[in-house]
Design a protein around this ligand. Structure first.
Ligand code: MLC
Ligand code: AMP
Length: 493
């Protein structure tokens, strides 16, 4: 039988605790048994799901891992759903990936309106067994929806081989072992949580302590008790922790300092925050850079200098090049170019978007849309090519998607969404809107309230400015950089 390496490896750690959540501990044997049950229920007499897409919703924890493994072991493609998704966003994901079945747990069943699809709630006591199909590494394993330069999020399809390469690169570079213990509080519809935390930990036989969200009151006492050897978070979380730690030395700061490794990524870690964290805790954060389509690409070293403001060198198995605007490969230092990536970790396609997929690659090199430069042997990220991508709290947001949603508001005739720099969130969402003449004056809180059925909470605008017209360039296109400057001088609603 051809078993996924992730599953085969778990058999070597059956008695070890895999996941601790809600006051309960689950060992690797529990995860193997539960995922086998889920696979058998999914198969329901069939031999193989043959890459049928199965959506699932569960908070970080044992159920999430069991559902993910169950779908994989039955031969399906796992489509994880955000627990904060709105009905409209859900409609897009389920329709786009042609989902017929949604899996969830009793606690989440009432949050989901499956429409014409089947909603299967896996109850705790369910038991089922059957022979499971062979799963070749070349099969497609997962679709993650990513916002970008199109108004609707695109499905990023990764094979089992892609995911394995993404995990192995990190396990090797950061020396994961079965002795590691890590808190998991990041959302599990994005790779930071799915691959860097859940995937690497379960691959290594390590222990995860899961929390439904980043809840400092629950997590910090565990940090103080030396419950973890590793910690992985987005810069916003480190900014919030710096505020919580205050100025002086403390037991908590010392406990952070004792961890084997603390990693930051998903957005730029300001050099000042890196230094401040070191001053407070004695811990040099390891900053790395990655993307849903590729897994992690660049990383500061585990051993050696972790340079503030830089993202290090390519991870094992990942090839990186910088390309100039005219398409030349840049070999020198201090020459900025687009970061392009090649290797076994790079995704296979955007789901049912062959043209966009083809346009994103050149001779096997994936175009990240991020600009970088090499300085004294370390890559540094300079920013994105597109002004329509916003990174807030580590979430990638599409200005176009937010604009499309806001344009449905009866008081908005036109609008432009931009990201404004923010010390805690990296960027925050700001909207400049041309109001409908006949409509009552629009205020931010009312707009947020109206939009919350359409957009996930982290996509909601945080600033609003009403303008008579949007700044445009000679071609008539909205000049986004000028829109951003409106907020730096003008009053916001
Ligand atoms: C929430 N708020 C925001 C906001 N999000 N304000 C501005 N900008 C935002 N983005 C507001 C809320 O409305 C609320 O306001 C208040 O801030 C607190 O919200 P919260 O939800 O309680 O915040 P918190 O739970 O602390 O969440 C912050 C966070 C979370 C950073 C923990 O955003 C998070 O988990 N981010 C990680 C996302 C992630 O995993 N990205 C990886 C993508 S993969 P009020 O008024 O209601 O109190 C990737 C590849 C790679 O990028 O390289 O890893
Ligand atoms: P996502 O598409 O959600 O996977 O987000 C990937 C994007 O996050 C990248 O293309 C970068 O723009 C950004 N990103 C990730 N890590 C870093 C980092 N360390 N520094 C700057 N940007 C980052």
């Amino acid at each position: 039988m051809v078993e996924l390496p992730l599953i085969a490896r778990a058999r070597a750690h059956e008695e070890r605790i895999a996941i601790h959540a809600d006051g309960r501990s689950y060992c690797y044997a529990d995860l193997l048994r539960r995922s086998e049950t889920i696979a058998a229920v999914l198969l329901d007499g069939r031999a193989d799901l043959r890459e049928e897409r199965v959506a699932f919703m569960a908070p970080p924890g044992f159920d999430y891992a069991a559902l993910q493994w169950g779908i994989w072991r039955a031969g399906g493609i796992a489509v994880p759903l955000s627990t904060q998704v709105t009905a409209r966003e859900l409609d897009h994901v389920l329709g786009d990936s042609d989902i017929k079945l949604i899996l969830t747990t009793p606690a989440y069943a009432s949050k989901l309106d499956p429409g014409p699809r089947r909603l299967l709630v896996i109850e705790e006591g369910t038991r089922a067994e059957c022979s499971l199909p062979d799963i070749a590494a070349t099969r497609r394993a997962m679709i993650l929806y990513t916002s970008g330069t199109t108004s609707k999020p695109k499905g990023v399809v990764s094979t089992h081989a892609n995911l394995q390469a993404q995990i192995e690169a990190l396990v090797n570079a950061w020396e994961w072992s079965a002795e590691d213990r890590i808190p998991l509080f990041l959302p599990l519809h994005h790779i930071h949580g799915i691959i860097n935390v859940l995937g690497c930990a379960l691959w290594s036989g390590a222990m995860i302590e899961a929390f439904p969200r980043f809840d400092a009151e629950l997590i910090l006492p565990r940090v103080k008790a030396d419950a973890y050897t590793l910690f992985m978070a987005v810069p916003t979380i480190y900014a919030k922790l710096v505020d919580l730690l205050g100025d002086g030395a403390s037991d908590l700061a010392a406990a952070f300092g004792r961890m084997r490794l603390m990693v930051s990524g998903s957005a730029a870690l300001p050099a000042g925050l890196h230094r401040r964290w070191h001053d407070l805790t004695g811990q040099h954060l390891l900053e790395r850079y990655g993307m849903t389509e590729t897994g992690m690409i660049l990383s500061n070293p585990l051993q050696g200098e972790r340079r503030p403001g830089a993202v290090g060198q390519p991870l094992p198995g990942v090839e990186v090049r910088l390309r100039s605007e005219s398409g030349e490969t840049l070999h020198g230092e201090h020459e900025p170019g687009e970061i392009q990536v090649r290797g076994p970790a790079v995704f296979s396609e955007y789901w049912q978007l062959p043209e966009i997929t083809a346009a994103s690659f050149e001779d096997g090199w994936f175009h990240t849309g991020d600009m970088g430069v090499m300085e004294d042997g370390y890559y540094r990220i300079l920013g994105r090519l597109s002004v329509d991508i916003i990174k807030s709290g580590g979430y990638k947001l599409s200005a176009l998607e937010i604009e499309a949603a806001l344009l449905d508001h009866p008081a908005i005739r036109e609008c432009a969404v931009v990201g404004l720099e923010d010390a805690t969130w990296g960027e925050t969402v700001a909207v400049a809107a041309v109001p409908e003449a006949s409509a009552p004056p629009l205020v931010l809180t009312e707009l947020q309230h109206w939009a919350k059925d359409r957009l996930s909470p982290y996509k909601l605008p945080r600033h609003l400015m009403l303008v008579e017209q949007l700044p445009r360039n000679a071609m008539g296109k909205v000049a986004k950089r000028e829109v951003a400057t409106l907020f730096t001088d003008g009053p916001c609603a």
